[in-house]
Design a binder for this molecule. Structure first.
Ligand SMILES: Nc1ncnc2c1ncn2[C@@H]1O[C@H](COP(=O)(O)OP(=O)(O)OP(=O)(O)O)[C@@H](O)[C@H]1O
Ligand SMILES: [Mg+2]
Length: 334
């Protein structure tokens, strides 16, 4: 059985439409017009032990709502979730000891007490033995750079410091699975790098399963082999990062270095609209092309047959370009 199994999961919110103006607000007091929003609209997926899954989607897609249901904070409207055999909402008392949860937007730690005391409290709640606590604290202090923060109350920490402490809090009791909702939001480049390295380490060394949402594509590229894209409450992509790059309609780029001056006009003559060339330097050109219209081998063959080429490289589409296309066009892009 997979570690996480989600079947036809749904969450709808009942919202009421506000009428405009003062008169409208007054009318709303007496008769409210309700409508239903399907924030999560029938999603299914499985996650195996040890996976590091990127849960992506544009703003309002339903990511946080899904994470809240997966962690037992929100009750699903419909559908089934099992995580390690638990039903998150129904079994939430027993369940929370087995999962780590971090919401980048708000802390799970106690605001007014020192970080170390928060960690000790969590260890107590989850019945962690002293020796286990000590060794985990050591590991977390070391890898998250917490040494100077442990005696500070959470309210005095900067955002980046606070998130590192939150990660420690979510792991101090040794959960098997981590749910992270935008764990690096608002961190500077160094902070992001530290958290990324940390997640990679616990995924690799401690075999922790991680499900995370993020808007940072560099993070995805460095961490996740598999991504799930949700749009308007529905999953529109579930698969590898490599496969998403082969989406139709995405341009490749070829960089050509010539022995002499780059023959731009001659190339334009040969390839016409099939390749858009740009000059990078005296001897170097970049060309972008649609691999469905002109295959890379065909392009390279034709260039080599006609010119004296010193070197060439072909680059895949940037992940950012891919994801933007999917966010813009939704399921239609796939
Ligand atoms: N408690 C709530 N009551 C009513 N509507 C809600 C509630 N929580 C979320 N929503 C709505 O559900 C939809 C999904 O919200 P959700 O927070 O899951 O999006 P998200 O994918 O996490 O977006 P973001 O990238 O902005 O964090 C949104 O349209 C949001 O307005
Ligand atoms: Mg969110």
């Amino acid at each position: 059985m997979a570690l996480v199994e989600v079947q036809n999961l749904r969450k709808s919110f009942r919202t009421f439409k506000r009428s405009e103006g003062i008169l409208g607000s007054f009318k709303d007091l007496f008769s409210r017009q309700y409508s239903t929003l399907n924030a999560v609209d029938g999603i299914s997926f499985k996650v195996e032990e040890g996976e590091l899954l990127g849960y992506l989607g544009p703003n309002g897609a339903g990511k946080s709502t899904s994470i809240k249901m997966l962690t037992g904070i929100l009750k699903p409207t419909d559908g089934e979730i099992t995580v390690m055999g638990y039903h998150p909402f129904r079994d939430r008392r027993a369940y929370t000891a087995h999962i780590g949860v971090v919401f980048g937007q708000r802390t799970q730690l106690w605001w007014d007490i020192a970080v170390l005391e928060s960690l000790k409290l969590l260890a107590k709640i989850y019945r962690v033995s002293d020796s286990e606590f000590k060794s985990r604290l050591e590991l977390l202090t070391e890898t998250l750079g917490l040494k100077d923060l442990l005696h500070t109350p959470v309210r005095k920490l900067s955002l980046g410091q606070r998130i590192r402490c939150d990660l420690a809090g979510s792991l101090i009791y040794g959960p098997k699975i981590l749910f992270l909702d935008e764990p690096t939001i608002g961190l500077d480049a160094v902070g992001k790098d530290a958290v990324r390295a940390f997640l990679r380490k616990i995924n690799r060394d401690l075999k922790a399963t991680i499900i995370m949402t993020t808007h940072d594509l560099k993070e995805i590229e460095e961490l996740c082999q598999r991504i799930l894209i949700i749009d308007k409450g529905r999953i529109i992509y579930d698969g590898s990062l490599e496969r998403v790059r082969t989406l139709p309609g995405l341009k490749r780029r070829i960089y050509l270095d010539f022995a002499g001056s780059a023959p731009e006009s001659k190339l334009n003559e040969i390839f016409g609209t099939r390749v858009a060339f740009e000059r990078e330097s005296e001897r170097r050109l970049a060309g972008s092309y649609d691999p469905r219209e002109l295959s890379t081998p065909e392009l390279v063959k034709e260039v080599f047959a006609n010119f004296d080429v010193a070197d060439f490289t072909v680059s895949e589409p940037e992940l950012e370009e891919v994801i933007m296309k999917i966010y813009r066009e939704g399921a239609g892009a796939l």
